[in-house]
Design a protein around this ligand. Sequence first.
Ligand SMILES: [Fe+2]
Ligand SMILES: [Fe+2]
Length: 315
Amino acid sequence: MSIEVIEVSPHIVVPQAGSTVAGEVFRQLLQQAIRVADQANSQSVRMATDFAEVYRREQSVRLEYETKLREMRLLERQSTRYAEDLADMLRKERERREELETALESERIANEELRRTGLQGISHLLLAATIKDQTTGAHLLRVRKYVEAIGTRLGLPSQVVEEFGYSSVMHDVGKIHTPDHILQSEHHLSTEEFEVIKQHCIDGEVMLGDARFFETARAIAREHHERWDGRGYPDGKKGDGISLAARIVSVADVFDALTSKRPYKTAWSIEEGMAAVIAGSGAQFDPEVVAVFQSLQADGSIERVRQEVATAQLD
Ligand SMILES: [Fe+2]
Ligand SMILES: [Fe+2]
């Protein structure tokens, strides 16, 4: 804001002493004074207006600043609340995860117990079979070991190999319903007798109930007499339609039956048994399983199983 300098006009006529124009001078002076007063007055009004304008601007800046400050405080409060909510959520999530881990651990322990109980039951079954008939016990033990060796060489995970092994022991569990005179018959079976024999696959599956632990055992009991070419029993399943576990058991079971002494036959040599299995590749047996079994014979694994079981019988 500028301040105007008010100057007395140089045109004022200064009166001489005793002059008659004193009235005129006074009038001019008066007019001059009025002009000066007017100028001063309008300058004051301008200054006041300017001040008012500055004040108004400052007010609006202050208001704006206060509004911004309020918004920032609100934002800060909201952020704090979000952070607290987030921390709370994370804490609850952690608690839930811990609960879940505890539950999973309990389930794992329960499953492990169930598994051990199941395995114990199977051992008892094997023992019972051995007590009743030494040859059956040895047969089941060899089949189990062949199955585990085949599974391992096929590259199956160790848990699956173990499951296939213990499940294979129950492949003929349904024979408990088959009359002894048919089981021990030294003659060719009649059609009716063969129908009774077939039933042991179905009975075995039913006897093994519906527990998850016996899922593979049920498949083996049902399918171990199925053939790769679909001409087996009881369902005439074919190829991959037969579970892998049953396809493996089929080879191990037949090979061991051929190489064991039975009431109606002498024991075949390993080479003779292997030749029969190879002859059945792609017809009775899964060719891949036969190839693996052959490799096990080639490196002496088959012979080793037979010796281990024979030694175990002597204990
Ligand atoms: Fe069988
Ligand atoms: Fe068998």
